[in-house]
Design a protein around this ligand. Structure first.
Ligand SMILES: [Fe+2]
Ligand SMILES: [Fe+2]
Length: 120
């Protein structure tokens, strides 16, 4: 569980880096690099979280996998637009992480944590 918590913090750190790059107007190169970094860390986290859920035979695994898949689909769509280097796409990605991903980390991931805790 420590690993997953640490990954959540990593996502939040990258999310903050992207915000800084946009707010401080560091330029599209920097913004795209931060966006890619954030997306990569998020994809990696989803994989290891699903692995941990599988290992622990978490009941909600398939529903949770679906949530991850839906989010990745949105992220990939925004990313393919962002490669055209428009600031509006960077803002769209920020908005997605601000709203959807924060909700996921803070609300939807909690059921698994709770289930693990009841087994300890
Ligand atoms: Fe998570
Ligand atoms: Fe998750």
């Amino acid at each position: 569980m420590d690993v997953l918590d640490r990954q959540h913090l990593e996502i939040k750190r990258r999310h903050k880096n992207l915000r800084t790059a946009i707010v401080e107007g560091l330029g599209m190169d920097q913004i795209v690099a931060c966006a890619k970094d954030l997306i990569d860390v998020t994809i990696g986290h989803f994989k290891s979280e699903e692995g941990a859920m599988e290992e622990n035979k978490f009941q909600g695994l398939s529903a949770h996998k679906l949530l991850h898949a839906e989010m990745l689909e949105s992220v990939k769509k925004i990313w393919s637009d962002l490669e055209r280097r428009k600031i509006s796409n960077a803002m769209e990605l920020m908005k997605f992480f601000d709203e959807r991903l924060v909700f996921h980390l803070e609300q939807e991931d909690i059921m698994f944590e709770r289930e693990l805790r009841t087994r300890m």
